[in-house]
Ligand binder design. Structure first.
Ligand SMILES: *[C@@H]1O[C@H](CO)[C@@H](O)[C@H](O)[C@H]1NC(C)=O
Ligand SMILES: *[C@@H]1O[C@H](CO)[C@@H](O)[C@H](O)[C@H]1NC(C)=O
Ligand SMILES: *[C@@H]1O[C@H](CO)[C@@H](O)[C@H](O)[C@H]1NC(C)=O
Ligand SMILES: *[C@@H]1O[C@H](CO)[C@@H](O)[C@H](O)[C@H]1NC(C)=O
Ligand SMILES: *[C@@H]1O[C@H](CO)[C@@H](O)[C@H](O)[C@H]1NC(C)=O
Ligand SMILES: *[C@@H]1O[C@H](CO)[C@@H](O)[C@H](O)[C@H]1NC(C)=O
Length: 237
């Protein structure tokens, strides 16, 4: 199972960078930095995806918990449009998959439809719904007001022993107590410098020179791919 994951990640990185995708001026940003940008941050999981056109798959996402909201309501069952296909520098799909508990940053398109608010090439805007991730977000300023989605009467949020399926559920700590009583960590919005040039129809911003050369990310990514291949082949299936 684990090695499967490595191979999927490896393939994504390889397809993403090995052939045509050049990324320049790229910098790594942490989960809290990346999640400081989207207007909407939710916790939940994809329950199914639907092909709405030959070249477009939408995702139906069950929201358990709203970590940050714009001023409109967020239902328990939202549509995330166009999860496939993505630009080649997108890697969100490696984390966001059917049934997987994730925290994801979204941009609202209309009432109940959203899209991934991906900003940094080669970094996912979905994060595993692990307890350590949730705990970190629970102490991040601006991400502390967790609410249930609109129209849900029973509280699916936050996670006090039930019902979130986090892989390492809190046993002694009730997360709600962390949310409002902790001193929060202020995470400034990062300025994203990385530019992906895979999509020829979409020109990178004009003040960044992208002609010529292989991005600084390509070589490290290839090294990562090699490492994951080595790692996964040394693991038993
Ligand atoms: C859609 O869901 C199916 C079944 O879970 C999954 O195998 C497939 O990878 C998903 N496709 C996309 C584009 O997310
Ligand atoms: C929500 O509304 C308040 C007050 O009108 C405004 O200050 C704030 O910027 C709005 N937030 C978003 C995310 O639109
Ligand atoms: C969520 O939406 C899907 C697709 O429209 C639908 O099949 C499902 O019943 C909905 N679930 C809930 C809880 O509304
Ligand atoms: C928390 O979010 C709810 C719903 O979005 C809002 O009504 C409430 O004012 C927020 N509370 C704080 C302390 O921001
Ligand atoms: C949690 O996961 C287990 C198996 O992984 C599943 O049987 C159960 O229905 C899930 N509970 C919720 C609330 O999603
Ligand atoms: C926060 O601390 C106060 C005082 O210690 C306590 O009464 C309360 O239950 C705690 N939790 C919340 C969510 O306020």
């Amino acid at each position: 199972m684990r090695s499967m994951w490595f191979i999927v990640l490896c393939l994504l990185l390889f397809v993403g960078c090995g052939t045509c995708c050049f990324v320049r001026y790229w910098q790594f940003h942490s989960m809290t930095e990346l999640l400081s940008i989207p207007a909407v941050v939710v916790y939940g999981r994809e329950i199914l995806n639907i092909s709405v056109a030959p070249d477009r798959v939408d995702s139906i996402f069950a929201v358990s918990c709203v970590l940050r909201s714009d001023n409109s309501t967020i239902g328990a069952n939202i549509t995330v449009e166009g999860v496939w296909p993505r630009k080649r520098c997108s890697v969100t799909h490696a984390v966001y998959s059917t049934g997987n508990d994730v925290i994801v940053g979204l941009k609202r398109l209309s009432d109940n439809t959203f899209e991934w608010d991906e900003r940094n090439p080669l970094q996912s805007i979905a994060f595993e719904g692990f307890s350590q991730n949730l705990m970190e977000l629970a102490t991040t300023c601006g991400l502390q007001n967790w609410t249930s989605p609109d129209g849900v009467s029973d509280t699916t949020c936050p996670f006090c022993g039930h019902p979130a399926n986090v892989s390492n559920p809190f046993q002694t700590v009730c997360l709600i107590d962390q949310l409002t009583n902790e001193t929060c960590t202020d995470v400034p919005r990062p300025s994203i410098t990385g530019v992906c040039t895979c999509d020829k129809t979409r020109r990178p911003s004009k003040d960044i020179e992208v002609t010529g050369g292989i991005g600084i990310v390509v070589i490290p990514s290839l090294v990562m791919v090699l490492m994951t291949v080595l790692l996964s082949s040394s693991m038993t299936w």
